[in-house]
Design a protein around this ligand. Structure first.
Ligand code: PMP
Length: 550
């Protein structure tokens, strides 16, 4: 057992002090107090396990707790290992914490084809315990794991951030709409067009082979990012919208009929409402909606009550784009699967902010867009369990998705080509692969922890702006601050901020039902990414304080 750091509380948490099941929440709170010595109480055993703001900076190198070892924890606390896994899943920064107090209880890292390399010694709390090296050498270098998350260091990688707008340093707080691209993505894309450009698969020449390798390398990067079992489960599409349309049409039209039900939540993006509505109209199915409370959190008991033998699919977002709510996807999937109902996870807003693992989640479908994960526009991906994709008919027909064509009939190829009719966005797939490599190099657990602290800081500042009402105050939130200010037009607020070089969005954010739940049809939305800093937030808050009174 390693030596505790200075300031580390020595009072032992002994197995005898853990009376059993009922002590879980107390135990976690106590461990947090033992480690951080801040009297930090945790409101729930799982969800917001360790607010990043409660963590010391720099983080202690060792979190070992005298008097508590993993085996004792497992033996004496029923559900102990499960508890730790859940904490680790729900709050990535807690992963190191959980691993430190009970080594060996976290899920094993995914196996081959990746080679695992150990994290740098002394890696900060929140940095991943391991990272992936590609199975094959790729043209895009994998960045070394950061020993501590440094926003100033990553900002240097994003050329678009270093410009002035209206005479001010650009402060980009429109990340929920789209993100900027690191130089490695720009380079990978331009290298593809400058050097390897060709259509894929069809021609037997050198550039076709290179382009095919580059395209399929992008697919492998997506597989690795999502921890899918196979690249056969990854379909390249234009983005989240097209991916949901594919599932709604290919899966929905084959499986839905009159009286069947499609369950969505009240806080979905229009992209996760309209395609289902269209397929419902075509098949006679109906939409059922999971309501939210006044903080914008899904009411899980009402969700459970909606499920029945009629339910044919559940489609929910992991992070709500207008409110920032992080939905409890593991619980949602667990409940739906108890009824044998597949779940589509809209990861458009979660993918830039938290680690994803389709196998750990047991997601049936998961969709995301390249442009929100620091990659190009016009490319995104659908993950689908292979047996579901295999059973689905193609949606669009054309070249590349066929084995054989006669005027009498067509024989389709297998997955994923069956769903990729026509020439795909080859350069986009290359850029997306580079973006995902970049994100994994920086480390999503570290990103999640950093952004959590930044969001707390920004929301604390917003609470002091007179007349400002934050819409979406979930306990578990990511990245998004939606608000209105009494007596101010939303568009006028956005224009005022733009005059100060600050980019935010004003409007309905393609989530009208979500906003209407809170009595508005528009808001101002500021949204963070890991390249935003406290200085960005300070500039934003200062500009809000100078809004002309109307
Ligand atoms: N779902 C969510 C939650 C989103 O935030 C968005 C984009 N704003 C979409 C779906 C649609 O993504 P895209 O426009 O990239 O297809």
């Amino acid at each position: 057992m390693t030596t505790p750091e200075a300031g580390f509380h020595q009072s032992p948490v002994t197995p005898a002090s853990l009376p059993g099941e009922a002590a879980h929440a107390d135990l976690v709170a106590r461990l947090a107090r033992e480690i951080y010595g801040q009297g930090q109480a945790l409101s729930e055993p799982f969800a917001p396990a360790l607010p990043a703001s409660a963590l010391p900076s720099p983080a202690p190198a060792s979190l070992a707790i005298p008097g508590l070892d993993g085996a004792a924890f497992a033996a004496l606390v029923p559900g102990g290992p499960d508890l730790l896994r859940r904490i680790a899943q729900d709050h990535p920064r807690a992963a190191s914490f959980a691993e430190a107090i009970a080594p060996g209880f976290l899920p094993a890292p995914p196996a081959a084809p990746s080679r695992l390399a150990p994290a740098a010694p002394g890696a900060a709390l929140g940095a991943p315990d391991y990272y992936f090296l590609p199975a094959e050498p790729r043209s895009v270098p994998v960045l070394p794991v950061a020993t501590a998350f440094d926003p100033e260091r990553v900002r240097k990688d994003f050329p678009a951030l270093h410009q002035s707008v209206n005479g001010h340093r650009l402060v980009w707080l429109d990340n929920a709409a789209t993100t900027h691209k690191p130089q490695s993505v720009i380079d990978a894309t331009s290298r593809f067009y400058a050097h390897d450009n060709s259509n894929i698969h069809r021609a037997a020449h050198t550039l076709a082979a290179r382009a095919t390798d580059a395209f399929e390398g992008g697919r492998e990067a997506v597989r690795r990012f999502l921890n899918a079992r196979s690249t056969d489960e990854i379909v390249f599409l234009r983005g989240t919208t097209e991916a949901i349309n594919l599932v709604a049409n290919a899966y929905g039209r084959a499986n839905f009929g009159p009286g069947d039900e499609i369950v969505l939540s009240q806080i979905e993006h229009h992209a996760n409402i309209v395609p289902w509505q269209m397929v419902a109209q075509a098949t006679g199915a109906t939409l059922r909606v999971i309501p939210v409370n006044d903080r914008g959190e899904l009411l899980l008991d009402q969700f459970a009550a909606l499920l029945s033998g009629r339910t044919k699919i559940v489609a929910v977002t992991q992070v709500a784009n207008a409110l920032g709510t992080v939905n409890p996807i593991p619980e949602i999937i667990g409940l739906a699967h108890a009824y044998g109902v597949p779940v589509l996870v809209d990861a458009a807003q979660s993918s830039p902010h938290m680690p994803l693992d389709v196998q750990a989640l047991d997601a049936d479908f998961l969709v995301f867009s390249g442009h929100k994960v620091f990659g190009p526009t016009g490319i995104g991906a659908l993950y689908g369990k292979k047996h579901l994709l295999d059973a689905m008919p193609p949606w669009q027909g054309g070249g590349h998705m066929i084995e054989d064509v006669t005027f009498a009939r067509t024989v389709y190829r297998g997955v994923p080509e069956k769903f990729e009719a026509g020439t795909p966005d080859i350069g986009g797939a290359v850029g997306l692969g580079a973006a995902l490599d970049y994100l994994q190099g920086v480390g999503l657990p570290a990103i999640a922890a950093y952004e959590h602290g930044l969001l707390d800081y920004a929301q604390g500042g917003l609470a002091e702006i007179r007349g400002l009402r934050l819409i979406g105050t979930a306990h578990h939130k990511a990245s998004v601050m939606s608000f209105v200010i009494e007596g101010q037009e939303n568009a006028a607020i956005a224009q005022h901020l733009d005059r100060h070089g600050i980019a935010v969005r004003a409007g309905h954010h393609c989530a009208l039902p979500a906003l209407r739940r809170f009595g508005v049809s528009e808001s101002v939305r500021a949204s963070l990414a890991f390249y935003n800093t406290r200085e960005d937030v300070d500039v934003f808050l200062a500009a809000l304080r100078t809004l002309p009174r109307r």
